[in-house]
Design a protein around this ligand. Structure first.
Ligand code: FES
Ligand SMILES: [Fe+2]
Length: 326
């Protein structure tokens, strides 16, 4: 029996690889959305994702498929497919069967992330994944990466960002001082949380010996990308900014691959920036590690019993409904 009252695979854009993992002619087997897929780059530098298995006798194109120009050739009998997935050549036959076609998925590269559009009915994208807003490569460091495989549903992850009440308890954050929903419109949802930190949160307290305020902005673009834009106000003049990009992709009905890209705004020179980047990434990883045992063992309450100080969980649920086919 499934743990969730909805499909494991909502519609939208999801990360399947980083751009620097691919180069012209490279072919990589993938498994997401409970499906075998193949990711490859044609010689014109464009990335493609196809269903993995050849319509002829079922070979996996990700294991031995060869890219030539803008085509990929099956390793088994050499059928050749163009970028749209149509068979354009069979080396030992004069005609290609009209149904000789393999499914080609919509692919985009955004800020160094290769994303595919999953749609339960196989329909075309209804929206585009925007470039990151609030982060730029001039002011911020390159992203450090981390990833997990978690037995949960990406809906739980979406709700976690709006569940402000768990922040002081599970994550030992400070006291919540403000909560707001800035945007709930189309494919994006933005909420903000203010937190007052004290002694209980050792790192900055130890470093600067004083209480401080944190302002977090969660930016969802569909359910496959959630950014956490954080400003730490140590004092009026000393501020630290971090930028996390969470990229959850369903692997199958049970597991989600969670990827984290983590960057900080350059501050106090190279050495201190590099120290803070490394140290604050450990905190970001620790925070997800707090959530994992909860996610892996909880049930999903379709009608949760909420109280007046819970965050905008129901608003996120309402917003997320658009990504599930009725
Ligand atoms: S299985 Fe692909 S060409 Fe035969
Ligand atoms: Fe959490």
């Amino acid at each position: 029996m499934t743990r969730f009252p909805f499909t494991s695979f909502p519609n939208g854009w999801f990360k399947v690889a980083y751009s620097d993992e691919l180069s012209p002619k490279k072919v990589i087997p993938l498994h997401y959305f409970g499906k075998d897929l193949v990711l490859f780059q044609t010689e014109d530098g464009i990335s493609h994702v196809f269903d993995a298995h050849c319509p002829h006798l079922g070979a996996h194109l990700g294991h031995g498929g060869q890219v030539n120009g803008t085509t990929i050739q099956c390793p088994f009998h050499g059928w050749v497919f163009n970028c749209e997935g149509n068979c354009v050549e069979i080396p030992y036959a004069s005609k290609t069967p009209p149904k000789a076609q393999i499914r080609s998925w919509p692919v985009r590269e955004v800020n160094g992330v290769i994303m595919v559009y999953y749609d339960a009915k196989g329909e075309s994208p209804t929206w585009e994944m925007p470039e990151l807003s609030g982060w730029n490569p001039k002011e911020y460091t390159d992203f450090k990466r981390y990833s997990w495989k978690i037995r949960t549903h990406i809906q739980e992850f979406a709700e976690n960002g709006a569940d402000t009440a768990h922040l002081p308890i599970l994550h030992k954050f400070g006291d919540i001082t403000s909560i707001s929903v800035e945007k709930n419109n189309g494919s994006s949802f933005i909420n903000t949380v203010g937190i007052k930190y004290g002694k209980q949160n050792q790192f900055f307290f130890k470093l600067f010996g004083r209480n401080y305020d944190i302002f977090m902005k969660h930016i969802w673009d569909g359910m496959g990308r959630v950014c956490n834009d954080v400003r730490v106000d140590i004092s009026d003049t000393v501020k630290v900014n971090t930028f996390s990009v969470f990229l959850p992709t369903p692997i199958n009905a049970e597991y989600v691959e969670m990827n984290l890209l983590f960057s900080i705004k350059k501050v106090f020179g190279k050495l201190i920036t590099s120290f803070l980047h490394h140290r604050l990434l450990q905190d970001a990883i620790a925070n997800i590690n707090h959530d994992i045992p909860v996610w892996e063992n909880k049930v999903y309450r379709t009608i949760p019993l909420l109280c007046n100080s819970d965050g905008p969980i129901l608003q996120v649920r309402g917003w997320a409904e658009q990504f599930y086919d009725q």
